[in-house]
Design a protein around this ligand. Sequence first.
Ligand SMILES: Nc1ncnc2c1ncn2[C@@H]1O[C@H](COP(=O)(O)OP(=O)(O)O)[C@@H](O)[C@H]1O
Ligand SMILES: [Mg+2]
Length: 367
Amino acid sequence: MFETLPPTDQAAEQESLPESRFGDRDLLNRELRENPVTIVGPLAANIPSVRESTNQVELGVLVGGEAFNEAKLAHIDDERGGFYAVFKPVSGENTEVKESTKISSFYLREMVAAHLTENLLDFDITPPIASRLIDGELGSLQMYLSHEHYVTATKFLEECSNFEDALAKMHASTDHSRIALLDFIILGADRSDDNMLIHTTGEKGKLDFNHEEGQPDLVAIDNAISFSLHAYNADPKLVGPSQMLSSSRNLQNGELASLALPIPENLRINLAQALTNWDSFYADETTRGLVNEDAGQKTGVSIEIELEWARQRIAALVETGIFLSRANCKRLPEHICRESAHPHPAFASYQENEIPPFLRHVKKPTR
Ligand SMILES: Nc1ncnc2c1ncn2[C@@H]1O[C@H](COP(=O)(O)OP(=O)(O)O)[C@@H](O)[C@H]1O
Ligand SMILES: [Mg+2]
């Protein structure tokens, strides 16, 4: 089966070019939504490299558990020969993980996280995706990025010849910053190296720098453990780009100390724009889908409130101009992320428990 997969990027061959690294995003989204689709089989059985790294949710509370969500390889037909996609059916979502995270729907969160990234932040770091009913099963269907060229960060770091250099390049990239911002906004709690794909030349361990000049191209997958303050705080470790850009590990006592790294100007523009456009994101069908299934929310915090907090986190990023996470935002209102022992200097002028002026107009939601 694997041999029949296209050897090169599916997107690269398309005519209509793309502001998006994935190809013509609108077209791909439409084809994922509407075109004939065939299930090939379980993803791990058809793509050997998925089998190796697969599906261990990194959330601290779950380590040791068998945490699997079902994923299938699908083929979408189109006039250009079609392309492969990953189908994650709702019925295959791991109930144990849902219980521990108290997350009612992975599928809808995956959809809203992608929608927010793509349409609100204009970040282009999540694969094109659509809701789909296939053979009577509802789920998310996202473009499959060929493992010939896109490998998990885990696999890439194992295969690269100069680990320090590769890591430095990854960390300096704009995509790394984008993922850090995304994870703070959506409270992404599962950003392990298995949930980031990196573009390589096709040669093991060799980065492809074509996307943004001189920079590796990183993609955020598996954004389902999100929009849940409960899950974000239940995880003892803060992981991934968000942790790296907001804190550093004190080598003596092992504690996280806060950092104040500025957000690059071009990304601040995206964030400011996102605030302006929030209402249309909020009113959109995808977001409404998550809000309407609110009855299933098990944390006692409604999804409407979780979304309002996400908006407040964007406001905080715009206002402070620095990368934030729960490790460096003690002076932010407690309810929008988590306090740490190390207040960030940007909030030092405010009294403990005082809400910074830029957030005062926002009512504190009642739980
Ligand atoms: N869009 C995609 N393109 C290529 N590979 C993918 C894609 N989505 C998932 N995978 C592969 O499948 C694995 C499991 O998918 P993931 O979305 O992380 O689900 P899970 O919740 O089971 O961890 C990933 O680590 C990756 O190797
Ligand atoms: Mg995963």
